[in-house]
Design a protein around this ligand. Structure first.
Ligand code: PHE
Length: 445
């Protein structure tokens, strides 16, 4: 038993855990999706709705995941099985989701490295649209950068919990916030930024509808890394005396802060330069490079921006890799080293397929979707909301509330106990069911 605990490892400090968990949450979702959603679907109104969902859904689910992890000190498949033999499948679903997300997320991580390199060597020359199209659609280059990104992820996870994940997150996350704040200041001092801030934050009722609430729910969910057991896994390395309630409030708060700052850096810049605001790769790899291109000292700000995106992406990808790694270390007795090499390689190989599906490989897995889009669609729209829904059912029908509440109380007074329980029993399943059914296209709002 002693040995097993040593092989697992644990967080070295409260701050380290917080940075690692915030690192998992703060990722591409905050940067390339939140600013777009907020600006397009209601401005300040969207932000208010988003905040309400963070409190209702984000806090509840996050506390739920952390508690399962810490009370069992096991990776999620073993954790669910330990708490109730029949529920191992839910842990397995989470492991599968993490594995699938890592396979396409790391491809984008590779693009980010390519852009860091590009900005180091003089910036994007010529039309950024053509530059990105040619690059992402080609064969060898994206695979090369994807490999580098995977190696970075692998090296960090190889270092273990406190020596790898925690150490990297403690350096990268404060720098990420610093760079983000510098960029916000730069952008807000651009001529015309004021109109952009208004576009971003002025409540706009005309663009708001029920459907927007569902969009916000999906965004909160993905952005907080919920529904796939990352936080069960991270929580399993806690030692028993931390204040879980406080962490379940602080992690979402940091994630939301990063999203809001990203919006302040991105939306006014896009507006000031008279561009269209998109979400996803187009925003990050085409629109923003165009802006950096025409901004004084844009080369430096561009470099700073892509380093920041790299920190965001890699602190998320390590949490994704840790999930399958922890699974085989805890339940199959693998060494960390073997597990890390195995899963990083397999995800890299699947990622090659995902990368090629954006260019030469036109096989479809779902109607009109190549491998990259299929992995993204299945995880974000189906597996994560389903994972969230099932977790709330697990609490209510399998584990109950007595043991988890006692677990949470080991580290705090748990002032939000009644709210949490009610939210987990009633709000979460309703919200998750609505999210799941709309994403599946069964429910139309
Ligand atoms: N939360 C990350 C983001 O916003 C993505 C992620 C999802 C990371 C699930 C880990 C697990 O980009």
């Amino acid at each position: 038993m002693e040995n097993k605990v040593e092989e697992r490892g644990g967080w070295g400090s409260k701050f380290g855990f917080l940075m690692a968990a915030a690192g998992s949450a703060i990722g591409l979702g905050n940067l390339w999706k939140f600013p777009y959603l907020a600006a397009k679907f209601g401005g300040g109104l969207f932000v208010v709705v988003y905040l309400a969902i963070v409190v209702l859904l984000g806090f509840t689910m996050m506390l739920g995941e952390l508690t399962i992890g810490r009370s069992t000190r096991l990776e999620q498949y073993s954790a669910y099985r330990k708490l109730n033999k029949k529920w191992g499948f839910l842990g397995a679903l989470g492991v599968l989701s993490a594995f699938m997300i890592l396979s396409f997320y790391s491809v984008v991580g590779g693009w980010v490295l390519k852009y860091i390199f590009t900005f180091l060597t003089g910036g994007v020359k010529g039309d950024p649209g053509a530059f990105f199209g040619t690059f992402s659609g080609s064969v060898g280059e994206p695979i090369f950068w994807h490999a580098l990104f995977m190696i970075a992820t692998l090296l960090i996870v190889l270092g273990g919990i406190s020596g790898g994940i925690e150490k990297a997150s403690k350096i990268m996350m404060p720098l990420l916030f610093l760079f983000l704040i510098i960029l916000v200041v730069r952008v807000l001092t651009l001529p015309g930024a004021g109109a952009g801030v208004a576009y971003y934050l002025k409540p706009n009722f005309a663009n708001f509808s029920l459907d927007v609430v569902v969009k916000a729910m999906g965004q909160v969910f993905f952005s907080l890394s919920l529904g796939m057991g990352t936080l069960v896994t991270y929580g399993s390395y806690l030692n028993g005396t931390e204040d879980l309630q406080e962490n379940a409030l602080t992690i979402p708060a940091l994630d939301t802060l990063a999203a809001l700052l990203a919006g302040l850096a991105i939306v006014p810049a896009v507006v000031a330069f008279g561009m269209d605001l998109d979400a996803g790769p187009k925003l990050l790899f085409i629109t923003l490079p165009k802006i950096f291109d025409s901004m004084p000292l844009g080369g430096i700000f561009g470099l700073m921006f892509f380093v920041l995106v790299f920190f965001a992406a890699v602190t998320s990808s390590i949490s994704l890799l840790e999930v399958p790694v922890a699974w085989v270390v805890d339940s199959k007795g693998w060494t960390r080293k073997k597990a890390v090499f195995f899963f990083a390689t397999v995800c890299w190989v699947i990622g090659i397929g995902a990368s090629l599906s954006l260019g030469v490989w036109d096989m479809k897995f779902l109607p009109n979707m190549g491998l990259f889009d299929t992995l993204d669609y299945l995880t974000s729209n189906i597996m994560l909301p389903l994972g969230g829904l099932l977790m709330s059912l697990f609490y209510t029908f399998a584990w109950g509330y007595e043991a988890p509440i006692a677990e949470i109380k080991k580290g705090s007074t748990f002032s939000l106990q009644s709210f949490w329980k009610l939210s987990m029993m009633v709000l979460v399943p309703i919200m998750m069911a609505v999210l799941f059914l709309t994403q599946m296209g069964i429910l139309k709002l």
